[in-house]
Design a protein around this ligand. Structure first.
Ligand code: HEC
Ligand code: HEC
Length: 273
């Protein structure tokens, strides 16, 4: 692999760097006279690229949001720098983490270096007691009636086994107190993990149904109701079909749990990694 050696002063203009310097090192690489050091990287350009490509999901300061907080020294999918670059460029298939294939040359390495620098920031602190939170999860919250955690429970909601790895404190609190806040409001223009949880309401000659959309194409739609039963409908036969945007099948817990209990459950969720 050939990586450009850049110093801080090169970052003044990303464009200039991309043309002049980039061409130069490509030719040097081709000539085989440059043995590039693997650590060569440019934090400033990495930060700029991060803000454009990553901040909307991982937060301006790496605090997380739709994506996990990156203020962690250990990353599950990226134990070393090479795997971090492949996660950044190629994404994590089957999850809400898209690749940034437009990154060229050393850009992926620069972003990786910036992500590692975020990892040196102190991690988020828990607002409450995770052990108390676990008891609430099992009892008052009855969360296992909709979520699978370490193989236990039923699964109309997303699996929560590693949710603390995927989401940050603010997101988890919102998911618990105002579940609809994270729901898609625009059909299919919002591509990503969230569209997986679209609530649909269907009226057919057999009655009214509400549940989670499992699959849909031009002619049919499949949904699963809260009891876990999966139904399939031919769209042509339906009396009405509504995509309940901004609606969640999960009850909000702001009214049923105290502030302390919400903090405890959020702490428990943060501990799930
Ligand atoms: C559309 C939202 C989105 C964008 C944009 C995005 N990510 Fe992610 N990212 C996610 C989600 C969601 C996950 C968690 C995937 C999972 O494990 O389920 C993730 C996971 C990761 C991980 C793995 C964390 C770990 O602990 O293993 C890294 C590293 C990462 N993202 C870095 C980046 C960088 C750097 C960028 C920009 C180049 C970026 N992401 C852009 C949503 C996003
Ligand atoms: C009636 C079913 C139901 C119950 C009960 C329920 N949830 Fe959910 N939960 C869902 C669904 C469905 C989603 C998917 C997103 C949405 O629709 O809001 C979800 C999403 C979530 C998320 C977001 C996960 C992510 O990765 O985005 C978290 C966290 C969560 N639930 C935690 C809990 C906790 C903790 C409890 C108990 C205090 C609980 N849920 C009880 C159905 C439920």
């Amino acid at each position: 692999m050939c990586i450009p050696l850049l110093t801080q002063s090169d970052s003044s203009s990303l464009k200039r760097r991309k043309r002049g310097k980039f061409d130069l090192w490509i030719s040097l690489c081709l000539l085989g006279i440059w043995a590039a050091p693997a650590q060569a990287q440019n934090l400033e350009s990495g930060e700029q690229l991060y803000r454009t490509l990553c901040a909307r999901c991982h937060g301006m300061l790496g605090e997380g949001g739709e994506g996990p907080s990156l203020k962690r020294a250990q990353l599950l999918h990226a134990p070393d720098d090479d795997s971090l670059v492949s996660v950044i460029v190629g994404g994590i298939p089957g999850t809400g983490m898209p690749g940034s294939r437009q990154l060229r040359g050393g850009d992926g390495v620069d972003v990786a270096a910036y992500v590692r620098s975020l990892g040196q920031l102190p991690p988020e602190t828990m607002p409450g007691d995770p052990n108390a939170g676990e008891r609430i999860y099992r009892n008052e919250g009855n969360c296992a009636s909709c979520h699978i955690l370490d193989g236990e429970g039923t699964g109309i909601g997303p699996e929560l086994s590693q949710v603390g790895q995927r989401r940050n404190l603010a997101y988890l609190r919102r998911a618990l107190t105002d579940p609809a806040a994270e729901q898609p409001r625009l059909v299919d223009r919002y591509r990503g993990s969230l569209n997986a949880f679209l609530t649909v309401r269907i009226v057919s000659e057999y009655g009214s149904f509400e549940g989670m959309r499992v699959n849909e194409d031009a002619f049919s739609v499949q949904m699963r109701d809260l009891a876990g039963t999966i139904y399939s409908f031919d769209k042509a036969d339906l009396i009405s079909y509504e995509k309940a945007l901004g609606h969640s099948l999960m009850p909000g817990y702001a009214a049923t749990l105290s502030t302390q209990q919400v903090d405890d459950v959020v702490s428990y969720l943060m501990s799930l990694r």
